[in-house]
Design a protein around this ligand. Structure first.
Ligand SMILES: C[S@@+](CC[C@H](N)C(=O)[O-])C[C@H]1O[C@@H](n2cnc3c(N)ncnc32)[C@H](O)[C@@H]1O
Length: 219
């Protein structure tokens, strides 16, 4: 995890951001790093309280986008530097933004309209992610929604970062080169995703150019 902090520290000193480090795996169609499918999802959906929680908020770009639309913005990231960047980007609009490990965090119940996690939540073993999805379900208000990216199992073959990898479990591996070396990443079949989100309703999955599934579901 310390490597993530190094990435953000280096970016702050003029280095590459994480999308450029992972050159070739991210869709080129992102607008300012925000998925156009996310913008479409937000513009087509009605939310009651506009209170969002971002898991792995990075430099805060998704929260900044939502804040400009009047959302209350909470979030976590394991990297202290990224938490500082997010707080700075949100300024006095920042909600509860803190350094935390998504795998250890306790989430409140029935609190959020929307829980998002972009290019983050698969940084773990599958059993841990299933437990986190259950916590996300509990933390959503009734009719609250998720927008979560989860990579398809084929990404393990197509992503440049994983050209050299060590298998850790079924479709779970760690890259042997690059900044994410040593961190487990899980890859999923569509059936596995459907099973993981079985307690949600209105499951909608769209695949982006990088092969990630954008998983939208309602409590
Ligand atoms: C690929 S970046 C994505 C950042 C942001 N969501 C975005 O779209 O720009 C992955 C982020 O997940 C964070 N992260 C990785 N593992 C984590 C964990 N166990 N708990 C919390 N954050 C984690 C990293 O620090 C990093 O900011």
């Amino acid at each position: 995890m310390a490597d993530w902090d190094k990435i953000y520290q280096s970016f702050n000193k003029g280095g590459k951001d994480w999308q450029k480090i992972n050159d070739g795996i991210m869709p080129q169609c992102f607008i300012n790093g925000i998925s156009p499918l996310f913008i479409e999802f937000i513009s087509k959906t009605n939310f009651k309280n506009k209170h969002v929680f971002d898991i792995g908020c990075g430099n805060g770009k998704y929260l900044v986008f939502l804040s400009a639309l009047g959302w209350q913005t909470d979030g976590i990231d394991h990297s202290k530097t990224s938490v500082d960047m997010t707080k700075q980007a949100l300024g006095d609009k920042a909600g509860d933004i803190k350094q935390a490990d998504m795998l250890k965090i306790e989430l409140p119940t029935d609190k959020y309209d929307l829980i998002i996690s972009i290019s983050t939540i698969n940084h773990c073993f599958k059993a841990d992610l299933s437990k986190l999805i259950n916590k996300i379900y509990a933390a959503l208000l009734k009719n609250g929604k998720t927008f979560i990216t989860i990579p398809d199992k084929n990404c393990l073959q197509t992503w440049k970062t994983f050209q050299k990898h060590k298998k850790l479990d079924d479709n779970t591996a760690t890259p042997l080169i690059g900044p994410e070396k040593g961190i487990p990443h899980s890859f999923y079949t569509t059936d596995e995703i459907k099973q993981m989100f079985a307690q949600f309703k209105h499951l909608d999955m769209k695949q982006d150019e990088s092969g990630q599934w954008l998983v939208m579901a309602t409590k």
